[in-house]
Design a protein around this ligand. Structure first.
Ligand SMILES: Nc1ncnc2c1ncn2[C@@H]1O[C@@H]2COP(=O)(O)O[C@H]2[C@H]1O
Length: 296
C-alpha cells in the first residue's frame, strides 16, 4: 500500500485560506486523517474545483471523509480551519500532546472564544470532539483508518512544544509529518536528533516514503527572529545529522515536502531557490500545492 496526501493549506501565515493542513490516507482509501487543520473548507473547495475530489458540499467531505485530527501544536495557523468548521462537523477525535490538548480546550473550546464542542473543560460540554492526549514516543492505531500514528515531541521556540507524527500503514510503509520546529542548535534541544535516531532505520530500509518538514524563512532571517522555525541552511544542517545516522545513499531522492513557508514578499521564490541551489544530500525537494494530491 502506498500513501496519498492532499494538502489543504500549505503556508505558514498571512493567507488565511491556505494554512497548514494535510490529509493523509492509503492510496485506495477515502478515509483520511488530518495532520494539522489550519485550513479545511477552502482547501477542499480548491481540490474540488480542480477535480482532485468529486464535487459535493465541502462540509459533507469534512463530516464523512476526515476521520480524525492530529494537531501538532495549538497555534491558530494549525487549528483555525477545525474551529471554524466545528459547528457543521461530525463526531470525531482530536489528538495531540497534553500541552496542545489543554491549550485547545482552554483557549478555543472555552465558550468565551467558541462553543465548547469538546468533551472536556467548560460546561456545558457539547461532546462532539473527543480530545485525546497522546504520549511522546508512543504509537496508537487510529480506529477508523487503521493507520498507526507514532508521536514525537519537537521544540518550537523555547519553551513551546510541537509534534511530529509518523504515519504507518498496514504494509509497514510510513510518511513523517513535522509540525513547526526550530533546529536543535538554536532551540538548545535534542528533539530533532531524537526523531532522526528513531526514523533512521526506516530510511535505510526504504520504508519511509516522505518527510514533510517546514522551512518558514529564507536564509537571510536572523537567528534571533526565527521564532522556532527553520531556514534552508538549518534544514540542511538537520539533514546532515540524519545522514550521519543513515548514509549518504539512503537520503538520495528521498521526497522532502517543504511546508509552512511564510509567504511575505519574495520569500517563497527565495526559499525555493536556496533549497534547489544547495542540496548536498540530493534529496527530492517537493513544493506542495493546495488541493493537489501527492503520491508516495
Ligand atoms: N517575539 C515575537 N515577535 C514578533 N512576532 C513573533 C514573536 N514570536 C512569534 N511571533 C510570530 O507569531 C507567529 C506564531 O506562529 P508561527 O510560529 O508560525 O510564527 C510566529 C511569528 O510570525
Amino acid at each position: 500500500q502506498s500513501f496519498k496526501v492532499l494538502p489543504l493549506g500549505i503556508h505558514g501565515g498571512l493567507e488565511e485560506s491556505n494554512l497548514s493542513a494535510y490529509l493523509a490516507a492509503n492510496d485506495t482509501s477515502q478515509q483520511y486523517v488530518a495532520l494539522d487543520a489550519g485550513t479545511l473548507y477552502s482547501g477542499i473547495k480548491v481540490a474540488m474545483q480542480n477535480h482532485s475530489l468529486p464535487t459535493e458540499a465541502p462540509e459533507k467531505f469534512i463530516q464523512n471523509n476526515i476521520k480524525a485530527y492530529f494537531i501538532s501544536h495549538p497555534h491558530l495557523d494549525h487549528v483555525a480551519g477545525l474551529i471554524q468548521n466545528s459547528p457543521a462537523d461530525s463526531k470525531k477525535t482530536i489528538y495531540g500532546l497534553g500541552s496542545c490538548i489543554e491549550s485547545i480546550d482552554k483557549h478555543y473550546f472555552s465558550w468565551e472564544s467558541w462553543a465548547n464542542f469538546s468533551d472536556i473543560g467548560e460546561k456545558p460540554k457539547l461532546g462532539k470532539y473527543h480530545l485525546d492526549t497522546l504520549q511522546k514516543d508512543s504509537s496508537i492505531i487510529e480506529p477508523n483508518t487503521g493507520l498507526k500514528i507514532t508521536t514525537f515531541q519537537l521544540s518550537h521556540g523555547e519553551p513551546f512544544k510541537s509534534t511530529a507524527f509518523l504515519v504507518t500503514n498496514q504494509s509497514d510503509n510510513s510518511i513523517l509529518y513535522l509540525g513547526d520546529t526550530g533546529a536543535d542548535t538554536i532551540e538548545h534541544s535534542h528533539s530533532l536528533h531524537h526523531l532522526w535516531e528513531n526514523i533512521a532505520p526506516l530510511i535505510t530500509s526504504k520504508k519511509l516514503k516522505a518527510i514533510f518538514i517546514e522551512v518558514s524563512f529564507p536564509n537571510s532571517q536572523p537567528d534571533k527572529l526565527l521564532f522556532g522555525h527553520l531556514t534552508p541552511r538549518l534544514l540542511n544542517m538537520e539533514l546532515a545529522d540524519l545522514e550521519e545516522l543513515t548514509n549518504a545513499a539512503a537520503l538520495k531522492n528521498l521526497p522532502i515536502v517543504i511546508t509552512h513557508i511564510k509567504p511575505d514578499g519574495n520569500n517563497p521564490a527565495t526559499i525555493k531557490k536556496e533549497l534547489l541551489n544547495k542540496n548536498p544530500f540530493q534529496v527530492k525537494w517537493i513544493f506542495p500545492e493546495q488541493g493537489r494530491f501527492l503520491k508516495f
